[in-house]
Write a protein that binds this ligand. Structure first.
Ligand code: AHR
Length: 491
């Protein structure tokens, strides 16, 4: 029997809704035949966007969507994606998948997608194959009032008199790699240059600098070294963290050892957040550089998705990927004083996606259901939890059996628990400290007897949540390989 304390007097902070953000890049099948089917398609659509995805996305309250890359951003010319005659270009990924960018989806279409689902757009700007004037012009096009500048008039000519008011701007993507292969010091100088122009072009802009990959603490340190003496035009510092298991080939047919390895690796993000953040604090930069984990998720080998490899990086998602989602989101909630945004990579037909779609077919993955089950955390106050759970798994990748986070809002507590064991159920008693709770509550449960379970076009609801009443004053059983979300009324 495990005891799970919810320590109400110890508030961690407010969970920024943007922690439940998404990422959609022009890569493989994310847009074309995924989110976008075109206005003339026989697939039901709203102005070209797949209606089924729009409807499902709305249900999970997506706060923000990052676009157009990823690596794609660093060779993207925003002017290719406006107006009637749009050029076809090679893109960042053409050499990998032999596909060209038709630019059917550009600034207007992407912002319309955001508006349809109620999300803020977050643009990642090219700083590698362009100049600061280009980002100044894109900001002008997106934010200048009707009838003001020449670019505002061009926007109106293209069908949108009122500004898009895009607030979130990423200054480059992975500039330690695909984005110019820079050193941290070189990037920091570039950032200072671009950011001062971008901030001045739109004072409401929220600017995000390219931070490190994974455990590259040196990047954070050297960047902060150069940044600290600048005008400090920065509101967030990105971090990318993908989880993979070496030599694993099939994300739907892994060993139990690989179950624990994948989950164990995903949990490392906690230490990574703490260490990067402590460097930022060491420079006194925490007011400028809260973390934006704008790419995260499992990265399996390509080819397991419905397109069988045609869509670059498209992968199937099992209940194991849902466990990674649940545990990662718990970590973000528990560190919401350090993390201001996170964007799971990616929305459709790609890594750790929420949707798999092609032609008339469209399914939600187990990860989609986790975002649905966790949505009550958005904007709530995170409170500390302590669970004396044992470790499970074997050898190098022992993991704590229970991953948990809790938050309170409007007289309710939302408690999200993942039992990371593929072998054993967990029996838990709740110990609220400083708050009385009603005994009866509704729990939503996502689980499956087979830990390889996933959804397919043929069997779209194989992994789908169910609801049950629970008495939280007695022992709660959290089944092995399950995620449970409980909304509890305060007394
Ligand atoms: O998500 C796929 C790619 O992974 C992105 O384009 C890049 O930023 C990262 O390396």
């Amino acid at each position: 029997m495990e005891k799970l304390y919810i320590v109400y007097p110890e508030e961690i902070g407010q969970i920024n809704p943007n922690i439940y953000g998404h990422f959609a890049e022009h890569i493989g099948g994310v847009f074309y035949d995924g989110l976008w089917v075109g206005k003339d398609s026989k697939v039901e659509n709203i102005n070209g966007f797949r209606k089924e995805i729009i409807d499902k996305l709305k249900k999970i309250n997506p706060p923000i969507i990052r676009w157009p890359g990823g690596c794609f951003a660093e060779t993207y010319d925003w002017k290719d994606g406006i107006g009637e005659d749009r050029p076809t270009r090679i893109n960042w990924w053409t050499n990998t998948d032999n596909r060209y960018e038709s630019n059917q989806v550009g600034t207007h279409e992407f912002v319309e997608l955001c508006e349809l689902v109620g999300a803020e757009p977050y643009f990642a700007a090219n700083i590698t194959s362009t100049t600061p004037l280009e980002i100044r012009d894109w900001i002008d096009y997106c934010t200048s009032p009707k009838d003001s500048t020449t670019l505002a008039k061009l926007r109106e000519k293209n069908g949108r008199p009122e500004p898009f008011n895009v607030k979130y701007w990423g200054i480059g993507n992975e500039n330690w790699g695909g984005g110019g292969n820079m050193t941290p010091k070189t990037y920091a100088h570039e950032y200072r240059k671009y950011a001062i122009i971008a901030k001045n072009a739109y004072l409401n802009s929220i600017l995000i600098a390219c931070g490190p990959n994974d455990v590259n603490y040196n990047w954070t340190q050297e960047f902060m070294d150069v940044f600290q003496s600048s005008s400090k035009a920065m509101n967030g510092f990105s971090l990318h963290y993908y989880t993979s298991v070496e030599n694993a080939d099939d994300p739907t047919n892994f060993s139990k050892d690989e179950w624990y390895k994948m989950i164990g690796k995903s949990l490392k993000i906690e230490e990574i957040i703490e260490r990067h953040y402590s460097i930022i604090k060491g420079y006194g930069m925490e007011d400028y550089a809260k973390l934006v984990v704008d790419e995260w998720g499992c990265w399996h080998p390509s080819g397991s998705g419905p397109s069988k490899g045609y869509n670059l990086y498209e992968q199937q998602s099992t209940i194991r990927d849902a466990m990674v989602s649940a545990a990662t989101l718990n970590i973000f909630n528990n560190h919401c004083d350090k993390v201001m945004m996170a964007n799971v990579a990616q929305l459709a037909n790609n890594l750790h996606c929420l949707f798999l779609a092609s032609g008339e077919n469209c399914i939600a993955t187990p990860t989609y259901h986790v975002f649905d089950m966790y949505k009550e955390h958005q904007g709530a106050k995170a409170v500390k939890t302590i669970c004396d759970s044992k470790n499970v798994g074997s050898g190098e990748f022992d993991v704590p059996q229970i991953s948990v986070s809790a938050s309170q809002k409007d007289g309710y507590t939302t408690l999200t628990i993942a039992n990371l064991s593929a072998d054993e159920d967990a029996n838990i008693t709740l110990e609220p400290v400083g708050q009385n709770l009603c005994g009866e509550a509704t729990a939503t449960v996502l689980t499956h007897d087979n830990y390889h379970a996933h959804n397919t076009f043929e069997s779209p609801e194989n992994v789908t949540p169910y609801s049950e009443e629970v008495d939280i004053l007695s022992t709660i059983t959290i089944k092995k390989a399950s995620i449970v979300s409980i909304k509890i009324k305060h007394n």
